[in-house]
Design a protein around this ligand. Sequence first.
Ligand code: NAD
Ligand code: SER
Length: 319
Amino acid sequence: MGKEKILVIGACGQIGVELTLELRRLYGGSSVVAADLREENNLLKGTGPYVSLDVMNKEMLHVQVIRQNITQIYLLAAMLSATAEKNPSLAWHLNMQSLLNVLDIAKEEKLTKVYWPSSIAVFGPTSPKQNCPQQTIIEPVTVYGISKYAGEFWCNYFFQRFHVDVRSIRYPGLISYKSEPGGGTTDYAVEIFHAAIEQKKYISFLKADTYLPMMYMPDAIRATIELMEADASKITVRTSYNIAAMSFSPKEITNAIRQYIPEFETSYLPDYRQAIADSWPQSIDDIVAKKDWNWKPEFDLQKMTRDMLMNLQPNLIGS
Ligand code: NAD
Ligand code: SER
């Protein structure tokens, strides 16, 4: 893997940190430029170049792309579902304009590839709850979901009309220990591990039986890179691919953690995020991703729980 020069925008976020580290491992540190509004994340320091960048400033973004000889962009900057509901117009502006800025520059500079993530949040209450298929009724009721669905069609449009090779995945809720989640409805599934270790109790903002599609970060990073490395002829979906790994409720993840921390207890105090969760499917069908680029998850709830706890508190579980 040589010659490509990658720009990761939103590199200090939950996905960005781990994706940047993996891309640097594969392509070499100096070939992957990390960019964010925030200060450089500690885990990224010393592993490759970092630039402070606002993706909304198209001119500055364009200058960086030319100055750094960028050939690929991974755009991760966005406002997630829960934060977006607090400021819908700002969320719409950031989530849409950042994508349009990147797609325009990709077209103009003839970038080789662009990556932009969508979400299971594109689905709404009228979509099937179980094994929600790639193509179905899609009527999102959150501003985040609306922005992701519109974004999917912008990606498809730039591919069809201008041949920009933009690829996308509808991530489920992502669980990780290296960097913190940034304001989503699925964040409880990360918070719960920290609370279990530190306080032995957790107050869930979703009801006990709220099932949502979830994925462990190593699977999400591998999926992203496998999609980006796949031959263009294999990519039949130019909006965004469904992918799946596991589906669980707050009660089920509590029980999984209790296998290692038996005294751990969860209580339930649902807030505005319950309505967001209730509008999404409980599980996802990813047959098209499996067929097109051989997607296969590795982590289920039990394996993910063990790995999370081993990494957050190494002395808790023997190897
Ligand atoms: P995050 O909030 O953790 O990270 C986003 C990063 O973007 C932050 O570091 C933030 O500082 C940066 N950013 C925000 N505005 C910016 C701007 N104007 N210019 C430059 N940087 C800016 O989000 P994440 O969880 O890493 O998500 C990344 C992408 O994946 C988003 O598009 C999100 O919708 C999508 N996604 C995430 C999940 C998940 O569970 N984490 C699930 C589905 C989809
Ligand atoms: N994890 C994300 C959220 O809850 C789903 O896109 O917003």
